[in-house]
Design a protein around this ligand. Structure first.
Ligand code: LMR
Length: 350
């Protein structure tokens, strides 16, 4: 009996020693100095999720933002980037932001229009004529008002970023004339304006997330899409949809936003660092977006399988006439003032 008690006690002691050794209990006070760990307690991490590739206007903007914030905060604010929809996609990123699972997103304006119908004003077709007008509007008075609308859904709006003009890509014959759209399945982002746009052209609009689009085209569920050249290029959509009409019929821009509670938890100085970083990169971001789309255009032009088409003046007018009822729909939402303000800002930018 005595033998068993002693054996049990020795086993317990050995077990305690072995566990202590395994977890390094004895040496825990003597950890070697590691400068990477210093200040970790007061480091702030912003998880930024987005759906596009890194070599795109948005992908590069997030990287630049992360660099600026890190530099201005002496490494105290770190932006952790999750590109290509690896964390969240179009459908769930806003909910994840609101729940605080991530701290920042930059969705395309169209994807915000269900939550904020007034944002549809930037989805209206044939409003902008050049990139400079877009710059002025995205950083003008109207854009400030639209960003403040985010307060209504408990999200903090920070700024807008540019991508470029949308073009029509299809794996059928070119989509040039209004009749060419009849019965064609066109992928759209979730936006009533975009739905009406393609319904008026007698096409069949289908909502698909950006990350599901490739498979949907491959499975012959989608025959056409509207997107910027940088998105068509970076995801390789052009290989399946090689007929590209340079229609410039709408714009693709991003609202840059943060979880409201997270924003409020930051000190004035930290908030200033974030806002200053975005302000500092504003012009750079816009010019970068224009340059990337131009560069991707040149790259696509070297591919013999891709056919580019441009409107004749008559074709452009046909589209505009067919899409005219959209403006009435937007005004019926009671947002006439936003459209008037948009037109004024575009006029002033000319
Ligand atoms: C799309 O879904 O086509 C775009 O919104 C993707 C993006 O974020 O540029």
């Amino acid at each position: 009996m005595r033998f068993y008690i002693i054996t049990a006690m020795v086993t317990v002691v050995l077990l305690i020693i072995s566990i202590s050794y395994r977890f390094d209990v004895w040496n825990s006070k003597d950890l070697p100095y590691d400068d990477e760990q210093v200040g970790l307690d007061d480091q702030i991490v912003i998880n930024f999720s987005h759906v596009v590739a890194e070599n795109t206007p948005k992908g590069l903007a997030v990287i630049k933002f992360a660099e600026l914030v890190k530099e201005k905060s002496d490494g105290k604010i770190i932006v952790q980037i999750y590109p290509n929809g690896i964390l969240y996609n179009d459908v769930n990123e806003l909910a994840a932001l609101k729940q605080g699972d991530i701290q920042m997103i930059a969705p395309t304006i169209s994807k915000m229009t269900k939550a904020l119908p007034s944002w549809q004003v930037l989805d209206l077709p044939f409003i902008f004529e050049n990139d400079e007008q877009i710059y002025e509007v995205l950083h003008g008075e109207l854009s400030e008002t639209l960003l403040r609308e985010l307060d209504n859904i408990n999200v903090h709006g920070l700024t807008f970023w540019h991508n470029g003009f949308k073009q029509m890509a299809s794996n059928l014959t070119p989509l040039l004339e209004v009749e060419h759209f009849k019965g064609v399945t066109v992928r759209i982002m979730p936006s009533d304006i975009l739905k009406e746009q393609f319904t008026l052209l007698k096409a069949k609009p289908i909502v698909t997330t950006f990350n599901d689009l490739y498979a949907a085209i491959q499975n012959n569920e989608i025959f056409a899409q509207e997107n910027t050249l940088s998105n068509l290029y970076s995801k390789g959509y052009y290989s399946m949809q090689p007929s590209i009409t340079l229609s410039n019929h709408g714009i693709l821009a991003y609202g840059v936003m943060m979880n409201s509670d997270f924003w409020k938890s930051l000190t004035d100085e930290q908030q200033q660092i974030i806002q200053d970083s975005l302000d500092e990169m504003q012009r750079w971001q816009h010019d970068q977006a224009v340059a990337i789309n131009a560069e991707n255009f040149q790259q696509l032009k070297t591919n013999e399988d891709i056919q580019f088409y441009t409107f004749s003046e008559i074709q452009r007018r046909q589209w505009m006439e067919a899409l005219q009822p959209i403006y009435n729909s937007y005004e019926k939402l009671g947002n006439k003032d936003f459209l008037t303000q948009l037109r004024k800002e575009i006029q002033d930018a000319k």
